[in-house]
Every structure is written in C-alpha cells, then in structure tokens.
Design a binder for this molecule. Sequence first.
Ligand code: NAD
Length: 426
Amino acid sequence: MTSKTAIQKKTGMYENVMAEFNKAADTIQLNPGVRKILATTQNEIVVHFPARLDDGSIEVFTGYRVQHNNALGPYKGGLRYHPTLDIDSARALATWMTWKTALAGLPYGGGKGGIEIDPKAYSQSELERITRRFTYALGDNIGPDYDIPAPDVGTNSQIMAWIADTFSSNKAPSQRFSNYHVVTGKPVVSGGLEGRDRATGFGVVVTIKKWAKLKDINLIGKKYIVQGFGNVGYWASHFMAKTGAILVGVQDHTGTIYNENGINPEELTEYNQQNQGIDGFPGADKFSDEDFFGIDCDILIPAALGNQINMENVNSIKAPLIAEGANGPTQSDAEQILIDKGITIIPDILCNSGGVIGSYFEWLQNRRSEIWKISDVLVKLEDKVETSFDKVISVMEEYDTDMRTAAYVVALKRLEQTYIERGVFP
Ligand code: NAD
C-alpha cells in the first residue's frame, strides 16, 4: 500500500499554538511584556550537513533545533526524524514544550528539532552516520545544562545513544561522562532510565483514569481507538488493557484496522515490529482510512502527528473523550466544534507530559550517578501527572474554561511569575 507518510502535507502547526496561547493569555490578561517574550522563540538553528550513504555517495540533510524559552531551566524537547518536519513544526513543538515543562513544574524550558528525513528509507549504518553528523553540526547548541534532546517520532533510544556518544566524544576525556546526559531516552545500560520507554503512554493512561474517576465512569469494557502505534500508541494501549478497556481500532502510516471484539495490543506490537506497520494484522479487519475517526467508541487516543483532527473529520468523531498522546493533534477550529459538542479533550501538554517527566527523572539519575528502580519511577510519575491534572481541573473551575486553556493558564502563570520576579536584563 502507498505510504501515507510519503503523501502527507506539511501542516502549519505554529498557527495552532499561537491560537491556544492567545486564548489563555486573554483569559488571565497576561502581563503584556511577558506576552511579547513568550510569543517569540529565542533561538532557531538550521543546519545543512552531509553524510555518506552505504553506496559511497554523499547526501546533504537539513536539521533543526528551535529553542523557544529557557526562563525556567535548560531547553528540553525531542528530536523528530520525519519528512514533514520543517521550521514551522519545530517552532510549534518547541513552544508546546515550554508550556508542558512549566505545567509539570519541571526546571526546564522548551525546545524541539530533528531532521527532515524519512528514517525508513535509510539503513541502520546510514542513520548512525546521519545522526552523528547532525550532532556534530549542532555542536554546543545542545548540552546537559543548556538544551537536552530526547526521542520523538522516528527516533528512539539507539539514536539517543549515538548522540550521547558523539557529543561526549567531542569533549575532553575528563569531561566525557559529565556530558553524557546531553540527551534523555537513552538505552538503560547506557545511562537510560528504566521505564522511560513507557513513560508517555503510562502518563496518558494516568490522565484517562483521573478523568474517569472525576466523571464516575468505569473503564471496564469501554471501547477506545488509537492513531499511531509507535512508542506512545503502543504503551498507552498496553496500560489501557490493564484497566479492562477494549482496543477496537488502530491507524498508522500503513493503514487502519478494526475489530469490535478487541485487538490485543501485545500481539499487535509484535506484528508491527516484524512488519514495520499494522497493515495485514491477522487479529483484525482492514478498515477505511477516511472513516477511522468516526469509529463508534468511548475514547480516542491520537498518538501520531499534528493536526490529524481537523475540519475534514471533526464532525464524524463519536468518542466523548479525546486523550492527546500526540503533540498538537487537534487543529484549533476543529477543537471549538468538539468543545461545543461537549467532548472533553485532555490536552497534549498535560496528557503526554509523562514523557518529559520521565526524561527529567533520567537526567536527575545521571546527574546524581544513581540507578532508579522502575517501580519507584512509575509511582513518582503517576504522582506528578496526577498533581498536574488536579491543578488543571481546579483552574478550569476557577475560570469556567476548557481543559486546554486551563492547562495553559497554569503554565503561563508560572512563566509570568518568574519573569516578574527576575525582571528583564539589563
Ligand atoms: P513513533 O515514531 O514511535 O510512532 C509514530 C506512529 O505514528 C507510528 O505508528 C506511525 O506509523 C504513525 N504515523 C505516522 N504517520 C501517520 C499518519 N499519517 N497517519 C497515521 N499514523 C501515522 O513516535 P512516538 O514517539 O510514539 O510519538 C507519537 C506522538 O507522541 C508524536 O506527536 C510525539 O510528538 C508525541 N510524544 C511523544 C513522546 C515520546 O516520549 N516518545 C512524548 C510526548 C509526546
């Protein structure tokens, strides 16, 4: 089947972030000077760099790192390897990271970047050379106390290991290990945190459980669908299965599958790993791509790319709850329609914050030369996500607003306070 990724349009996500930001800034009448600062990214790094392919030829790639804001701490955010990555989406994703880290109460700012590339079109050795050369091109624009990347779409712990190795190999021998936490999401034996792999999906399910408790809803037997079956989509499904909810539909870049009696997430992830996609999975029927969002279900978990819920499909959505595992999956105009219909959206900056919280734990573990147990990690993670959820609900009630605006209000107030306390140099 034709790859959906290959034909996908670039999306214009920054417009969405600004619409969300302006709504929340108006709600709290954000300090005008702070508003100007936060409406702008601080640094935008674009690098063009060469790498040698397996056939000996040279290809030149374009990489990005956008640093939105570091008022609360070092820039933090993932690296995406995807053909739709451009300066606009890097800007949007970096800005969302500032809100996400501020909402979670972490000592971080926001950054994001990556390479405009389809990683599936390259061999492992090519990806290694591309990643190492990208790291070299970024140079000291990243660093363990300055800007700390992590995995995102199309990148994984192996890529983080290559970045950590390349970055620290370019330091003096005595400083190599004090630079290894330049990235989080590393493999466990190479300084990674046990549980970082599942942190985002786990956090998504923590927020769904909090919502269910608030609404007095029993999740046993509730039907849910997931768009994207990578890191976030799989782990969210894994933890949803433990609640007794039933996965009935999944979509990824290769197609859409449906089974009203339930799809086993563990069997699907095994198939996905072997086949590089979910298309053809024997435990479900093939389903129309266009009708995915209209599947009759109780919970929709977008866990793929941005702007997937838009004016073309919003009216078909039946789920009363959307839990945003992905960053920016809901386009702003479509969101208003969902709110008017009484559909709850647990916003990305809250719903998928388990990922950056897990990254923070890994960074702390590295700085302190500690090894944390996975059981402790998940308990701490749950506590932090639950605390943010409670804060958002109380602001929602205070301002009589939707959940996304409330989440922004918590984040913006923290940023506003720090700027007012410190002032603007000189
Ligand atoms: P991933 O690369 O592991 O998986 C991405 C999934 O999206 C794949 O299943 C892919 O097939 C699917 N996909 C790609 N294009 C698609 C399309 N056009 N239609 C349907 N499906 C498509 O990425 P991930 O790390 O799981 O990230 C998914 C989302 O979650 C992204 O928006 C990312 O920014 C966000 N997120 C990730 C983390 C993390 O820790 N990995 C943390 C917070 C937020």
